[in-house]
Design a protein around this ligand. Structure first.
Ligand code: ADP
Ligand code: MG
Length: 584
């Protein structure tokens, strides 16, 4: 069907004014505005239902983006996130009028991150696509035609023309968005070339406004990052020029310091560093290898068929741990399982904070070794594994510890945080460790992690619920409803948005549809990555929704691993095996 123009839209709205809400279906299709095209993809059933998804396409002549802003892929991602941010913020101020969500305009906000998302897209030819929802106005269950005309012919075009077009005064911000992301990409290249785990630029602002906000702490009170001279490195960026900062090198890095001196804030910046950030975020020049995974204790989580025997062996009553399944893990078993799962998903960096770790998993001192000797303690503490993880498995660790000196013997680098400033205390730490031996016996073996590969049974991923083939709902960024399962992702700290959780849910549904009955975990994650590579996020949902965002294989794995319905193994007996051998 060819596109109809705005007069046709005005006429149609006048025709259906006062009619039953269902007649809004006549709006489906393309509408040609002088400077852009409006696509109405799907029409809501009534004013109280989820608002109607629409898309707007602006050709390069209309969007007026400066060519410098869209010449590279990272540049385009920066511009797209910038467009989505300002459009979504402006849309929030549109008042609603009438029943339900009448008149509402909503776009998914990309947050502080700059990564692929579907709310706004910037194409290599300089054209722009924006996806958002509109609440088609109703009075009760009747069409409010006049309000609909205001919404679609005035409000939306004004938003489009103000916020999706680059006006002259917007050019500096737009270029900053593109260039900052090009610099971030150059920093990632630097990490790869120099074989670094992370890099924190001098001047970075790591602290956040509050525990629940991702925006930077007020610059009056925030202390900028300043690298210790002995660790300092420099790098040349295409736009910012030469910058200096602190590299985090492979091996074991321990962050020490008094309480409230900024240890956890530093680690959280490294966690967030797997994503790029917008200009002025404070972390736009803090980058961490993409395969760095935060590990924490999470008692109560579900674990399916994970080989945790490298950490925990000889549970009471002979429960096997090479195939550990439980609907309700303890602090230490959950932490061990999360490490094994991260490595199975091909993580090469673990980020661990004592604040969120199980004490008995982290270390065991001499007195406990005396009181509860060898066979009585199933746990090989992480302190005795952390070196071989690097040497044998090529997995580096960055960990925050304030309470125990046991890790000083194992550290390559020790950074002390003092009043939010890092100091290199590696030499002092080595000397201290020599002078004051812990007296504890090393319990570890210098061997690669034992981990039996797992094959997931794809039929155990069931996205259906009632009459729906695919039921994926995301009430908040911590919760995924997938089929009849409800996953708590609250402890998966590197998930940053609802859009990511939604995309992960759709990726699980994609895996449920593959032909194979069983798939290695890594193979399953590869499949999803290949789909995203081939088709982008739209490969997850052909209806082209605007609320999808890029996610890593590790967060996908985290969701998969927390599915209570998950079954692993080649056949039913294996798939059903559980910790006490009786199935559950
Ligand atoms: P620790 O883990 O060492 O106990 P935190 O990282 O939790 O300390 O930080 C303690 C408090 O200090 C937090 O409220 C945090 O936001 C704030 N903070 C951290 N880094 C900075 C900084 N560079 N500038 C200002 N405040 C900071
Ligand atoms: Mg802390």
């Amino acid at each position: 069907m060819s596109a109809r123009d705005t007069e046709a839209l005005r006429h149609r709205l006048a025709q259906i004014d006062g009619a039953g809400y269902k007649r809004y279906k006549e709006l489906r299709g393309r509408w040609r505005f002088p400077d852009f095209t409006l696509h109405v993809d799907h029409v809501q059933g009534d004013p109280y239902a989820a608002p109607s998804p629409v898309r707007v396409e602006l050709p390069a002549e209309t969007s007026e983006l400066p060519a410098e802003g869209y010449g590279t892929e990272p540049g385009r991602l920066g511009v797209a996130a910038w467009l989505a941010r300002r459009f979504s913020e402006a849309a929030r101020t549109v008042p609603t009028r009438g029943s339900g969500r009448s008149g509402e305009v909503r776009m998914e906000h990309p947050g502080q991150k700059v990564e692929p998302q579907t709310a706004a897209l910037c194409r290599p030819d300089g054209s722009v696509e924006a996806r958002f929802t509109v609440g088609l106005p109703g009075r009760g269950r009747r069409i409010a035609g006049e309000q609909a005309a205001t919404l679609l012919l005035d409000v939306v075009p004004e938003l489009v023309r103000r916020w999706l077009v680059c006006h002259e005064e917007d050019v500096p911000e737009l270029l900053a968005a593109a260039r900052t992301n090009e610099d971030a990409q150059a920093l990632r290249r630097f990490l790869r070339e120099e074989d670094l785990v992370a890099f924190l630029a001098d001047g970075a602002m790591l602290a956040r406004a509050s525990g629940v906000e991702d925006t930077p702490l007020d610059s009056d009170t925030a202390v900028p990052f300043e690298s210790p001279e002995s660790l300092r490195a420099t790098v040349d960026l295409p736009h910012a020029g030469r910058i200096s900062g602190m590299p985090v090198r492979p091996g074991v890095t321990v962050i020490v310091g008094g309480g409230f001196h900024g240890k956890s804030t530093l680690l959280r910046a490294l966690e967030a560093g797997v994503y790029n950030h917008m200009p002025q975020d404070g972390r736009e020049r803090v980058v961490t290898r993409r395969d760095a995974v935060k590990i924490r204790a999470e008692d109560g989580r579900s674990v399916t068929g994970v080989d945790i025997s490298s950490f925990i062996d000889g549970l009471p009553l002979g429960r096997p741990t090479h195939d550990f399944t439980t609907p309700n893990a303890s602090g230490s078993t959950s932490q061990a399982a999360s490490i094994v799962e991260a490595i199975e998903s091909e993580a090469h960096v673990l980020l661990i904070d004592e604040d969120t770790s199980a004490t008995n998993f982290m270390t065991r001192d001499r007195r406990m070794q005396e009181l509860v000797p060898g066979a009585g303690e199933p746990i090989t503490p992480f302190v005795d594994r952390v070196r071989s993880l690097h040497g044998r498995d090529d997995v580096s660790t960055v960990l925050v510890v304030g309470g125990t000196g046991d890790y000083l013997d194992t550290a390559d680098t020790v950074v002390r945080m003092d009043t939010y400033r890092p100091y290199d205390v590696s030499a002092h730490a080595r000397e201290t460790a020599r002078q004051h031996p812990t007296g504890r016996a090393t319990e570890g073996v210098d061997a690669p992690l034992r981990a039996r590969p797992r094959r997931i049974r794809t039929a155990s991923l069931d996205p259906s619920r009632g009459r729906r083939d695919t039921y994926v709902r995301v009430p908040d960024a911590r919760t995924l409803r997938f089929g009849t399962d409800t996953l708590d992702l609250g402890a998966v700290e590197q998930i940053t948005s609802r859009a990511q959780v939604r995309s992960i849910g759709l990726a699980l549904a994609f895996l449920a549809r593959v032909d194979e009955q069983v798939l290695d975990v890594a193979e399953a994650l590869d499949r999803v990555e290949a789909l995203l590579e081939r088709e982008g996020l739209d490969g997850l949902d052909r209806r082209r929704p605007g609320d999808l965002a890029w996610f890593r294989r590790f967060e996908l794995a985290a969701a998969l691993n927390r599915l209570r319905s998950l079954r692993v193994g080649e056949n039913e007996e294996e798939a059903g095996s559980s910790e006490d051998g009786t199935g559950r």
